[in-house]
Structure formats: C-alpha cells, structure tokens
Write a protein that binds this ligand. Structure first.
Ligand code: IDP
Ligand code: MG
Length: 141
C-alpha cells in the first residue's frame, strides 16, 4: 500500500507535563521526523474533555479519564507526515504501559493505564477531526 501523508493530534497529558517530560517528548517527535504544524499549552475544561472523549462516554473509566485530563496543563501538537497516524501510535505504545514495547513513550513515561502520558489519534479520519477540534486552519503553519 502507498504511504499517505496524514495529520494526527498528539497530546502531552497532565502527568507528562507535570513530571517534566515536555522536552523529552518533543525531542522524540522531532527525531522521528514528524512535522510540527501547531503547538499550544492549555488547561482543558470539563466540557472540552467530555466532547473530545465523547466516544468513551458510558465506559467505566470515562469519569476518571475526564478528571485526569482536566487535572493540569496539557500540550497540544498538530503533527503531519507520511503514515503519521500509525507511526505516532507505534512511538506512543500500548494504552497500558505494562503492555507497551520498550522505548515507547508510554513505556518510558506513563504511570499506569489511565495516567499514560500521551494521546495520539487512532485513525487518519480522527487525526483530521482531532486537529480541527483544537486548531483553526490558520493556526497551522
Ligand atoms: P488510547 O489512548 O491508547 O487510544 P483509549 O482506549 O482510546 O486508549 O482510551 C483513552 C484513554 O482513556 C487512555 O489513553 C487512558 O488514559 C484512558 N483509559 C483507557 N482504558 C482505560 C482503563 O481500562 N482504565 C483507566 N483508564 C483507561
Ligand atoms: Mg484512543
């Protein structure tokens, strides 16, 4: 299959920011060859988090997830590159750091299956949608 030029959203979650891993994660993203089109630090509101994670509404971990992602500042990064979505998911590693491959961001920096340091979009469609959720087109460069 041909490689596709894709867009994907990376979030450095509150535990990643709080433990001082912003620089480590940005360095890795640059080393892996992603193009950083947009970057911003924010504190998510409850409404924003609920909207962003609406797909998980009703799951047992949903309320905990909202409390966690609104518990501190996060860094939003709009990334682009060839196969950016699946490549970023590989760099991030499995949802549960105990299952994540060595060297992945979650193996290196995550605490547990909830506080897992980073978010990455899970499909090209969601990559486009999630970048647009946080960035206006004119904020990307
Ligand atoms: P992903 O971030 O690897 O795509 P999702 O299944 O989309 O994983 O879940 C979104 C987020 O919800 C996870 O990154 C994690 O923070 C949290 N989460 C997922 N599954 C669990 C769980 O079983 N217990 C607690 N938190 C979870
Ligand atoms: Mg997901």
């Amino acid at each position: 299959m041909e490689n596709m030029f894709e867009r994907t959203l990376l979030i450095i979650k509150p535990d990643g920011v709080g433990k001082g891993h912003i620089g480590d994660i940005i360095r890795r993203i640059e080393q892996e060859g992603f193009i950083i089109r947009g970057m911003r630090m924010v504190r998510l509101s409850r409404d924003q988090a609920a909207d962003f994670y609406a797909v998980h509404r009703g799951k047992p971990f949903y309320e905990g997830l909202l409390n966690y992602v609104t518990s501190g500042r996060v860094v939003l990064m709009a990334l682009e590159g060839e196969d950016a979505v699946s490549r970023l998911r590989r760099v991030i590693g499995a949802t549960d750091p105990a299952q994540a491959d060595p060297g992945t961001l979650r193996k290196l920096y995550a605490e547990n299956i909830e506080r897992n340091a980073v978010h990455g979009s899970d499909s090209p469609e969601n990559g486009v949608r999630e970048v647009a959720f946080f960035f206006k087109e004119e904020e990307l460069c």
